[in-house]
Ligand binder design. Structure first.
Ligand SMILES: CC(=O)N[C@H]1[C@@H](OP(=O)(O)OP(=O)(O)OC[C@H]2O[C@@H](n3ccc(=O)[nH]c3=O)[C@H](O)[C@@H]2O)O[C@H](CO)[C@@H](O)[C@@H]1O
Ligand SMILES: C=C(OP(=O)(O)O)C(=O)O
Length: 436
């Protein structure tokens, strides 16, 4: 189990470039399975989950060439479907959440797609009904082995249809879109998820020859085509990293510039941090956070009632930043209610913040009230374990703001989604060391 040793209480300074988006990369990499032609992908983050998926594609027979640190080509012209029936595939598929998105492309192009129950964060139940209900609607035969927790779908040729998704699932929508692009006739997906990750996927598929309209909305209309060709794609900067760095700057009273953030794709993220009283300045395509020497003050609603920050499917506020917002609120002036509607156990990490001296009341598994300290007392350094990727980074931010030396264990969780985080933080002045 890897560990970070962090000496907190220091101001940081400088600029930081966000990595390519983790959750976009997982979709885009699966899409290379839809064509026998070469696909070039730029700005691929060097993170554990993405590297695991690249390895999995390699074992599926995809030819992979690394052109530079973050650019790869992929060619799926000789796919080895027998790997899907191997014991090794069960181990590899379970290693991350994103592996679920190989199912749609494999089903559409080769008539069968299998996957063990995928991994990812343990943040409550993470069911896959939306994925498989959509694929079944397209004509797939579905099978599930309860003992092995192994899912499978098969179909000779998928047929387009109308479907109303039960929930706007991010990876579910991506899976269904990747199946529908090669189906016969027209598919309409209503209540589709529409995160920038999905917009990017649809744009890439259209460049490959797919016919998808409604991109960016919750109704996608897809006219199936017989085959897709190669393309080149560049990943957006990771909006969750961007939000994490905004929080880090405020909480450590540091002046930071986050470069090339693709402002137009950030949705409510800047505005939500502004509601916590944080100054988020737009400088071209950069975000500049001045040093919050006098702290930051949480706004109330117009009627004077306590601010609530809740997650919602895009264009609502992403659930992946609520843990960061929560930790930043612990040093704000004022109070806020954090409402994590989507996941059942993502707020339990607040126990560790409470140990550090934060004033938080966990009202129930979904809601926590935070009463900010206004920097009148700093958090106390401690030893903690990272339960999931975003809680891990939140604890890291807490440790960087705390006086004294903290240790965070199980940093593999953080490495799942943040590229070389210790080195990048050291470059802006953080005192952080990786112990094995
Ligand atoms: C690899 C990847 O891309 N992971 C992201 C993806 O996971 P993933 O695609 O697995 O998440 P889903 O969008 O399927 O659902 C996430 C959770 O929200 C609930 N739900 C979802 C939609 C809805 O309208 N109502 C609702 O309650 C689901 O029941 C589930 O518990 O999207 C999540 C939600 O943005 C993010 O946290 C994950 O980082
Ligand atoms: C929950 C997340 O990831 P995953 O879906 O891969 O577990 C996340 O990125 O915050």
């Amino acid at each position: 189990m890897g560990t970070f040793k962090i000496e907190g209480g220091h101001q940081l300074k400088g600029s930081i470039q966000p990595q390519g988006a983790k959750n976009e990369a997982l979709q885009i990499l699966c899409a290379v399975l839809l064509t026998p032609e070469k696909v070039t992908i730029n700005n691929i983050p060097d993170i554990v989950d993405v590297n695991k998926l690249i390895k999995l594609l390699e074992k599926l027979g995809v030819k992979i060439e690394k052109l530079s640190k973050s650019t790869y080509t992929f060619q799926a012209d000789e796919v080895n479907l027998t790997y899907l029936e191997s014991e090794q595939f069960k181990i590899d598929g379970r290693g991350l959440r994103g592996s679920i998105m190989i199912v749609g492309p494999l089903l559409a192009r080769f008539g069968k797609g299998y996957i063990p129950k995928p991994g990812g964060d343990k943040i409550g139940r993470r069911r896959l009904d939306t994925h498989f209900e959509g694929l079944i609607k397209l004509g797939a035969k579905f099978g599930y082995s309860k003992e092995e927790q192994f899912y499978g779908v098969e179909a000779k040729r998928l047929k387009g249809t109308y479907m109303l998704l039960e929930e706007a699932s991010v990876t579910g929508t991506a899976n269904i879109v990747m199946a529908a692009v090669l189906a016969e006739g027209q598919t309409t997906i209503y209540n589709a998820a529409c995160e920038p990750y999905l917009q990017q996927l649809c744009k890439m598929l259209n460049r490959m020859g797919a016919k998808i309209s409604g991109v960016g909305s919750n109704m996608l209309i897809i006219d199936g085509v017989d085959s897709l060709g190669g393309t080149e794609h560049t990943m957006l900067p990771d909006m969750i990293e961007i939000g994490s760095w905004i929080g880090l700057a405020a909480m450590t009273k540091s002046e930071l510039t986050i470069t090339n953030v693709s402002w137009n794709d950030l949705g409510l993220i800047p505005e939500t941090f502004r509601k916590l009283g944080i100054t988020v300045e737009k400088q071209g395509d950069d975000i500049h956070i001045p040093a919050h020497t006098n702290g930051y003050e949480i706004q109330s609603f117009i009627d004077g009632s306590i601010l609530t920050i809740a997650d919602a499917p895009w264009p609502g506020f992403t659930p992946d930043l609520l843990s960061i917002v929560l930790v930043v609120a612990t040093q704000a002036r004022g109070s806020v209610l954090i409402h994590q509607k989507m996941f059942e156990s993502r707020l339990f990490f607040v126990d560790k913040l409470i140990d550090m001296g934060a004033k938080i009341i966990l009202c129930d598994p979904h809601r926590a009230t935070v009463i900010g300290h206004d920097f009148k007392s700093t958090l106390k350094a401690t030893t903690m374990t990272s339960p999931d990727i975003r809680a891990g980074v939140s604890l890291l931010i807490a440790a960087l703001s705390a006086k004294g030396t903290s240790t965070i264990m199980n940093i593999e969780q953080i490495d799942r989604g943040y590229e070389n985080i210790d080195e990048r933080l050291r470059a802006i002045g953080a005192k952080i060391e990786r112990l094995d």
